[in-house]
Design a binder for this molecule. Structure first.
Ligand code: UDX
Length: 481
């Protein structure tokens, strides 16, 4: 049998952020030779010397295994582009003031690649970019004098979730390849063949995940434009699902139903599916907010009214305000109140605080004069860059330390350890036994049995303000200062 691992492709990945770094490590893991390029010298040095800049499951293992072997890090884009057969562009596409994606990094990298190449290359967009970007990259490269037959531009969007990005890469639902020529699609197929042929899953040391020899991931070949739209439409659809369930949660709350039961009932319809139907404080992160805005902008540019996405964004913004209102209704006044906070990252399992609803809520609490004790297993360091520690903001190292003598405990993201608290201990630790859960991690009946005033999202009776007499006149526990 042909062993594709013996026919590695030499790949350059430009950008060592979440996408670029994970893609680099995973391409090396499936047998290719990878040069990961970044213009941030300090970051490259960190990566060369064994540092790991992001919190991502299995990434340390892959970097340790392949660094210095099939995987190298450099700031030298020119040499990397000349050496590689395929050059993946995985640089940032931040949101501009108008909501559109800022493609200046992609433009700069494309120009530099154009100035470097002297043999045929497939240049692959991996960053999330609006439709027509492929076309623009092609034009930039041609303008720099590169003959048409010396390159192809393809689109290979990623669907990686932070925290589980390595498993998502190696065990994908699908691989989307948008290419205009057979030459380009053949190289991309070869790159992913260890996954699509099952060869990787037969190996002894593979990273475990849902795919296997009998569950091979499909590779979908499309036009470059379709691939670009698939990426934006996927994220916009998932964000829509979350906003949809959040509104349903608000209806449940008013009507006295439990959104968890409703979500289960909806999700069992196989046409809908049960994923991304968890109500909460709204979506955040580096992708959904940016991509919804960018896709809305694409629609505008091509003259299509996509008002639905405006609503999705509006609902998401209001969801944080509703939650904050819930906290206010439980505490009455804010100034001088001590609040325990569990979760700072935009979701559990990551250290990323970009567009994190938790950070927005903490900042609001601080501006209202609260004293916050926050715990997050991974996001403390990044949060300190935004909210320095001080008299009003303390960082602690356990959920119970966050709850210590607090007037209320807020759960703002879904790290699994937050769902496994010792409730008796938590009750004892809090000054007042109030838990306001923005992620529905607990069963309301269990919390009531344990003596908590428990507010969550979209569960019965929660639209009523908390009865101040029951909550604030509850006797302090014996033995407490
Ligand atoms: C997302 C996409 O899932 C991924 O395919 C894409 O490549 C990048 O963007 P990520 O940003 O890592 O990944 O996070 P994801 O797990 O999708 O969650 C996004 C946000 O939605 C988080 O704030 C999360 O807490 C929230 N969310 C998710 C909900 O509020 N409810 C849900 O049911 C699911």
């Amino acid at each position: 049998m042909k062993n594709h691992l013996n026919e590695p492709v030499t790949i350059a990945v430009v950008g060592s952020g979440y996408v670029g770094l994970v893609a680099s490590a995973c391409f090396a893991e499936i047998g290719h030779s990878v040069i990961c390029v970044d213009n941030d010298e300090a970051k490259v040095r960190t990566l060369q010397t064994g540092g790991i800049p992001i919190h991502e499951d299995y990434l340390p293992e892959l970097l340790n295994q392949h660094r210095g072997g099939r995987l190298e890090f450099t700031t030298d884009l020119r040499t990397a582009a000349q050496t590689a057969q395929a050059i993946f562009i995985a640089v940032g596409t931040p949101q501009s003031r108008t909501g559109s994606a800022d493609l200046s990094f992609v433009d700069a990298v494309a120009s530099e690649i154009a100035r470097s190449i002297d043999s045929y290359k497939v240049i692959v967009e991996k960053s999330t970019v609006p439709v027509y970007t492929n076309e623009w990259i092609r034009r930039v490269i041609e303008r720099n004098g590169v003959p048409k037959d010396l390159f192809d531009v393809a689109s290979n969007p990623e669907f990686l979730r932070e925290g589980t990005a390595v498993v998502d890469f190696l065990h994908p639902d699908r691989i989307v390849v948008g290419a205009a020529t057979d030459r380009a699609s053949a190289l991309l197929k070869r790159i992913y063949e260890p996954l699509t042929s099952g060869e990787y899953y037969r190996g002894d040391n593979r990273i475990p995940g849902p795919r296997g020899e009998n569950e091979l991931p499909p590779l979908l070949l499309t036009s470059t434009k379709a691939a670009e739209i698939i990426k934006h439409a996927s994220n916009a659809f998932l964000a829509t699902k979350i906003s949809f369930i959040n509104v349903v949660a608000n209806i449940c709350e008013a009507a006295g139903a439990d959104v968890e039961e409703v979500a289960k009932g909806i999700g069992l319809d196989s046409r809908i599916g049960n994923k991304f139907l968890r109500a909460g404080v709204g979506y955040g992160g580096s992708c959904f907010p940016k991509d919804v805005a960018a896709f809305r902008n694409v629609a505008e540019l091509v003259g299509v009214d996509f008002g639905l996405l405006h609503e999705v964004e509006k609902i998401n913004e209001e969801q944080i305000l509703r939650f904050f209102q819930k906290v206010r209704s439980a505490l009455w006044t804010f100034r001088g109140k001590k609040i325990g906070v569990l979760g700072l990252a935009f979701k559990g399992g990551t250290d990323d605080i970009r567009e994190s609803p938790a950070i927005e809520i903490v900042q609001k609490l601080l501006s209202e004069g609260c004293i916050v004790s926050a715990y997050d297993p991974a996001a403390e360091a990044r949060t300190k860059e935004t909210i320095p520690p001080g008299a009003k903001m303390r960082y602690v190292d356990s959920p119970y330390a966050a709850a210590q003598d607090a007037d209320a405990l807020l759960i703002l993201n879904d790290w699994s350890e937050f769902a496994e608290l010792d409730l008796a201990k938590l009750h004892y630790t809090l000054r007042y036994p109030i838990v306001i859960d923005g992620r529905n991690l607990y069963d309301p009946a269990t919390m009531t049995e344990h003596g908590f005033t428990y507010l969550s999202v979209g569960r019965p009776g929660l639209s009523q303000p908390v009865d101040p007499i029951t909550v604030f006149h509850e006797p302090r526990k014996r033995g407490r200062a």
